[in-house]
Ligand binder design. Structure first.
Ligand code: HEC
Length: 221
């Protein structure tokens, strides 16, 4: 019995080796390609020569007047220098007396900004109260002294721990949110907030007081 099994295995081995030899993979030959259209593109490659254009190139220069997508209404790069430039060059298209814009700005603030900045901009939103670095109060020096365009740049491109909101909030709504931010500043900080603390310091925000009662380890995430 044992001998028969061994013989069978030997035959099998011989068969496999024989098959390997017969099919003999030729390293010079391409393997079989299934769906070759996935490998060999039908259109011209971007940098391939192209007889259909006068200059013989496939990648053509954009037509005159074409704009880079990112350079649409917000043509600024990230960073504080660009924020300062935006502060010099941009003005809020909405008037502080435009009630429709103001109420829209309040809605934008409530939707996108309040979670971190808090209802009055003191930097005490629920996200900040649960351990995320708190934003500085908008009532203390820095944001108060910034030009509208600089605020617009921060809201659009972000600043340090704050992400940009260009992808979520339309430019007009960002301006309206700034209108609301100015209205909050005009209304002053809420009673009890540490208005005089330097911007960005934990004392200027609720974060300095640690998590509020009721949000212990067992609290909802
Ligand atoms: C995820 C939390 C978060 C959200 C949401 C958020 N911010 Fe901020 N914001 C921050 C943080 C943190 C900073 C401080 C960044 C830094 O350290 O420079 C900041 C800074 C700012 C500043 C500059 C303040 C200063 O003194 O430098 C402005 C203005 C501002 N945010 C406006 C907004 C507006 C308007 C919205 C809503 C569209 C918004 N933020 C949404 C976290 C947030």
């Amino acid at each position: 019995m044992r001998g028969a099994v061994n013989l069978l295995l030997l035959l099998l081995l011989a068969a496999v080796l024989g098959l390997h030899w017969v099919l003999g993979a030729d390293p010079e030959r391409r393997n079989v390609e299934l769906f070759p259209a996935m490998v060999d593109a039908v259109p011209f490659e971007s940098y391939a020569a192209n007889p259909h254009f006068a200059d013989g190139k496939t990648a053509q220069a954009p037509p005159p007047g074409a704009r880079v997508r990112e350079a649409g209404r917000f043509g600024y790069g990230p960073g504080p220098e660009e924020a300062l430039r935006a502060g010099r060059e941009l003005a809020n298209p909405y008037s502080p007396h435009d009630d429709t814009a103001l109420s829209r700005g309040a809605a934008v603030w409530a939707t996108y900004c309040r979670v971190c900045h808090g209802p009055s901009g003191a930097g005490d939103g629920p996200v900040a109260r649960r351990g995320v670095p708190a934003p500085p109060s908008i009532h203390t020096g820095r944001a108060r002294a910034m030009a509208d365009g600089q605020l617009f740049h921060i809201v659009s491109a972000g600043q340090a721990n704050m992400p940009g909101y260009a992808a979520q909030v339309l430019p007009d709504d960002r301006w309206r949110a700034i209108l609301h931010l100015r209205a909050l500043q005009a209304a002053g900080p809420p009673a009890g907030s540490a208005e005089d603390a330097p911007a960005g310091s934990p004392e200027g925000t609720a974060a300095g007081a640690g998590p509020p009662a009721g949000t212990g380890a067992g609290g909802a995430p």
